[in-house]
Design a protein around this ligand. Sequence first.
Ligand code: URP
Ligand code: ZN
Ligand code: ZN
Length: 471
Amino acid sequence: MMGTMRTLISNGTVVTAAMATEADVVIEGERIVGLVAPGAAGSEFNRVIDATGRYVIPGGVDMHTHMELPVSGTSSADTYETGTRAAAIGGTTTIIDYAGQTRGGTLKDGLAEWMARARGNSYIDYGFHMMVTDVHDRTLDEFSEMMHDGVTTFKLFTAYPGVNLSDDRQILEAMQVAASIGATIMMHAENGIAIDALRDQAVARGETDPIHHLLTRPASMEAEAVHRVVALAEIASCPLVIVHISSQDAFAEAVVARDRGLPVFAETCPQYLWLAQEDLPEGFEAAKFVCSPPLRRRAEGHQAALWSGVSSGRIDAVATDHCPFTWEQKEAGRGDFRKIPNGLGVVEHRIDLVYQGVVEGWIPLTRWIEVTAETPAKLSGIYPKKGTIAPGSDADVVIYDPAASHTLSAKTHSMNLDYSVFEGAEIGGRVETVIMRGEVIVDGGEFVGEAGRGEYLHRGTNALLPEKVAD
Ligand code: URP
Ligand code: ZN
Ligand code: ZN
């Protein structure tokens, strides 16, 4: 026993994507080494954590974040330090952030830039997707190099013309290259060209308030883009994750693709499950809620449709698209909604917000873990190191108290954000203790982590590709 720290988590209910069962969890150093019957593990432990009445769940995997993302002359407000601390407090022990290419720049330089930001600052383990915003022959040649560096997923955009958008030829060619090397394409699907016309027309009519951000990004423009990129992916035989699905229209397109047997995966976010156009405050304050794709009307049934997808398994993953901007940053768009930086602060609340689906009786406990940890880990190529509680997996474990409750508020959250889009939301359940690779980093709700302990995850390929699942 000398040298290696041995931890026992006793008397809890272990929940994974596959089961909810009474078991004790044995941790040695940074790894889980066993799940045993309650009381059967003996007494040779340096530390025993009593989890009576608690759920013992794998650390959450948030497969979509943007820490310090440079956007329109500013950067998203959470650094790797503040953002990963907030993630950990909320029960997330792994993020896959989006590194980016500058126009005219290389993917290699983009990755190096993001690595430098995260290294030494992250409290939890992290990997990177690569945002490809300037597709040309040299960029495509770099895809294989990225794969060697552990970046196995590439994000393309049909949105944001002049900044991120790729045209159909660029998307098709990138998909062909991705397919040939076993990579997966992550797709931001909204018809950015048509949306830009609608935005300009609205401003020309004097419609400059934040609500017009939502009204000029109709669900049909999201669905159209999903349909188009699925068609391109089919030609290229390329696996696809449609990220941040916000509408039932876009979700329906993803479902059609899946039902045809295509490797098309669906990601949504807590904000699209819980928030709606109807929740927006009057006037410019609605800028707090501006993100793309936008929040949709509850009366049209989008949130209910997305919950039904989480329940049925047709939504694979719930990630946050965490991209917070302070009120001062949002103020840049006063008088012109097109200048409001897009994005919400959510990373701290994902596990709680999806758990509310269990509280409501909409999803079982196992599904909560499947969409917040196991499937994101599989899609990201880091399973079973991350995303489950099993011998050999990293000891990333959260002890969750279903009997506790708390209220979400900017006054108490840890994200670097001076407001909350979830202000006043009552949450049944609470993260109590978080262990990241064997170390307690949240103890009874108190953060006790060490900056820089988070390591870069050299990721494998998507484990849910049909050929892999068949193995
Ligand atoms: O509004 C959003 N979602 N901002 C983050 C960037 C993106 O498109 O994912
Ligand atoms: Zn996006
Ligand atoms: Zn995003």
